[in-house]
Design a protein around this ligand. Structure first.
Ligand SMILES: [Zn+2]
Length: 179
């Protein structure tokens, strides 16, 4: 099959909430984040919205979480139901929040720590530490061996070189990909 790297937002673009992005290589389909959209005042009797997963007809091999805010992890149980075979990766802080959420719903699913490069076919995602209003947030560098390309995907972030509780954003690692 032809080499490809497709990136399609399913939620979170043009709205605050229900963050979800489909990333496709020629071999695998993965999702980034699975958030909810909080209700507006004209939502009558609706608790929250999630992206329309009926649009995702592909087999999903991995779900990668960038950080632990509800608009990025709030719909995780719906995704586990829809894609039971998908491996889930999350930064440690988000991993704990997701595990609490799954405990509460009596669901069991292994959440793997998001530390290192994850490959999917000729494509790969490298987590990059960024600052945000919640600890342990990752930006994702999406690369493809055969397409000689690098896409920096960051959901929410700030540049805080003097954070009192964690390391500053890893600008050095970002630079490596654009030399
Ligand atoms: Zn956030």
């Amino acid at each position: 099959m032809k080499d490809k790297l497709n990136i399609t937002p399913l939620g979170g673009v043009g709205q605050i909430g229900s963050n979800c992005t489909l990333v496709q290589s020629e071999d695998e389909n993965i999702l980034i984040d699975c958030g909810i959209l909080f209700p507006y005042e004209d939502f009558f009797d609706i608790n929250y919205l999630i992206p329309d997963l009926r649009e995702v007809e592909h087999k999903i091999s991995k779900i990668i979480i960038t950080h632990g805010h509800e608009d990025h992890i709030g719909a995780i149980h719906h995704y586990i139901e829809k894609f039971p075979e998908a491996e889930i990766y999350a930064p440690l802080f988000a991993k704990k929040l997701i595990e609490n959420k799954l405990d509460y719903k009596s669901l069991s699913k292994k959440i793997k720590p998001l530390n290192n490069k994850i490959e999917f076919g000729a494509a790969a995602i490298t987590p990059i530490h960024v600052n945000h209003s919640i600890p342990d947030t990752k930006g994702l560098m999406i690369t493809h061996d055969k397409l000689d390309t690098a896409v920096l995907f960051i959901s929410d972030f700030k540049v805080d070189l003097n954070s009192p509780y964690e390391a500053p954003i890893n600008l050095d690692l970002i630079k490596v990909f654009f030399k």
